[in-house]
Design a protein around this ligand. Structure first.
Ligand code: ZN
Length: 507
């Protein structure tokens, strides 16, 4: 690691010990020299910028010209994080999710102890890039040193800057040296981290003037990096992608780790070749950052990597997502803000919901299978595992007997979601694939039934224990001569839990 230098900080706010980076230790300097990178090999290039604890709904109130320019010229998707028990809304899990492109149930980091980390199986994207294309020139800069010491971000980098968490000083140092690298060297992929937004969020709250000022300071750093890219002599022949993301939100008063919507707020913002301008998709997730990096560099991830993300330009195409424009605001769920459009009982074209045996009354939104969003459904009641629905995207289907029972009702929850009829002519078997979040309780049932050519449905699979956000598949033999199949998801219960279905595909 040639030429790496850092400052030794003696200011009162510099709580952590000096961080060794394997390079030479230099005296404090007004401006440290940038490390030297190998010459890059790619015309496709990516700058990923992580802004810690940046609550996206505050950007609008800040000046933030660089972020707003990226939003206007790029794709900007907001979403909600998991919460415990999958992982806390904290930086260890958050940056692990961004860097590895998989959820905490794979990368293993549940809090800032990093206990259980599994970066050997799920490396950060710089480490993965170095494995698959060793000639790429890779750079990392962080001033939350845990991202280096635990191996979250920096492994794979040909050169790295690692400073301590005196963000007011070190975010600027990182900017200056990264600017230097961008102007004067030839990096291919960079991951640059800024921490000040999180610190100001903790100290002053996310609704404070100081938080907006911190966004503007960081936006200024981002703007300098963007200008440095455009100033490259070879800029005209290069294809740059810039990605900005965060690891978690903040409460209004400041702080995170818990399950509130404000703490769970995240976003992915990207501008670059093939990424549409001014698009605001409702189906992005922070795991998409790594997948977007790979895609923009022309690298096709192998299935064995187990990525949960996908490139930001890919939209969900499952039938439930076609319902987004018909979602309604709350009726009985008065804890959900009236401006959050989030549910419908109208099934997608070709689908149906059978409520012939469904009880009466109850909470309107959840009487029988409903089509809803994370933003709406996970607001109904926190900390009942609804935040763990990480592998659903956009609009999904839910049968929730627990929420239905929160208003006077009679009878039992009993509702069946029926797929269209799929052609199976000449096939020996058919596979139904989907993603589920299933929370079990003794009194409920959850069955998948298959019906060929309109015949009597037969049980193909049933659930009797929790399945926490997993891809599923059910394969059934096609009877000789059968030409079509439809599947039924039947859920029954009485103030028990729920069943989520998303991403249904026939294979
Ligand atoms: Zn924090």
């Amino acid at each position: 690691m040639p030429g790496i230098s850092r400052r030794t900080l003696l200011t009162a706010g510099a709580a952590t010990a000096a961080v060794a980076v394997g390079g030479t230790l230099t005296a404090p300097a007004a401006r440290a020299a940038a490390p030297t990178l190998p010459n890059g090999i790619s015309k496709d290039k990516v700058l990923a910028v992580g802004m810690d604890g940046l609550r996206h709904d505050r950007i609008g109130a800040a000046k933030a010209p660089a972020l707003k320019s990226l939003m206007a010229n790029g794709t900007y998707g907001t979403s909600l994080l998991y919460a415990n028990p999958m992982a806390a809304t904290s930086s260890g899990p958050g940056w692990s999710t961004v860097s590895t492109g998989v959820w905490p149930d794979k990368h293993g980091v549940k809090d800032n102890t990093f206990a259980g980390k599994n970066y050997a199986r799920y490396p950060g994207f710089l480490a993965r890039l170095k494995q698959v294309r060793p000639g790429l020139s890779l750079f990392a800069a962080v001033d939350w040193p845990e991202l280096d010491t635990h191996g979250t971000v920096t492994p794979g980098a040909d050169a790295k800057l690692v400073y301590n968490n005196d963000y007011a000083v070190n975010d600027k140092l990182i900017t200056e040296q990264t600017e230097d690298v961008l102007r004067n060297q030839n990096p291919d992929a960079l991951f640059v981290y800024f921490g000040q937004t999180d610190e100001i969020g903790h100290n002053n709250g996310a609704t404070s003037r100081k938080y907006l000022d911190a966004i503007d300071v960081q936006d200024g750093y981002l703007g300098r990096l963007l200008a440095a890219i455009k100033a490259r002599p070879t800029y005209g022949t290069e294809r740059w992608t810039v990605i900005v993301t965060t690891d978690h939100g903040h409460t209004d008063g400041g702080g995170h780790g818990g399950s509130s919507i404000e703490e769970r707020r995240t976003f992915v913002l990207a501008q670059g070749p093939g990424i549409a301008a001014g698009v605001r998709p409702a189906d992005t997730r922070p795991v998409d950052v790594a997948a977007t990096v790979f895609h923009q560099l022309g690298i096709v991830p192998e299935a064995s990597w187990g990525l949960d993300g996908r490139p930001i330009q890919q939209r969900s195409t499952d039938p439930f997502d076609s319902l987004r424009s018909s979602l309604s605001p709350r009726v009985d769920e008065t804890g959900i803000p009236a401006d959050v459009l989030g549910f419908t009982h109208t099934a997608p074209s070709g689908w149906s919901v059978v409520n012939d045996s469904m009880g009466t009354g109850g909470v309107t939104e959840w009487r029988g299978w409903s089509f809803t969003t994370d933003e709406f459904w996970s607001r109904t009641q926190p900390e009942q595992y609804r935040e763990l629905n990480v592998r659903a995207r956009g609009v999904f289907a839910v049968a929730d007997s627990d929420e239905w029972a929160d208003k006077s009702f009679s009878g039992r929850y009993d509702s069946t979601l029926v797929t269209p009829a799929y052609d199976v002519g000449g096939r020996a078997a058919v596979t139904l694939a989907f993603t589920t979040l299933y929370r079990h309780e003794g009194g409920q049932t959850a069955e998948i039934l298959a019906s060929f050519d309109g015949g009597t449905p037969a049980v193909a699979k049933s659930y009797t224990s929790d399945v926490i956000s997993r891809p599923q598949s059910v394969t059934v033999d096609v009877p000789a001569g059968a030409s079509s199949v439809n599947f039924r998801f039947r859920y029954t219960g009485s103030n028990d839990w729920y069943w989520v279905i998303d991403g249904v595909e026939i294979r």
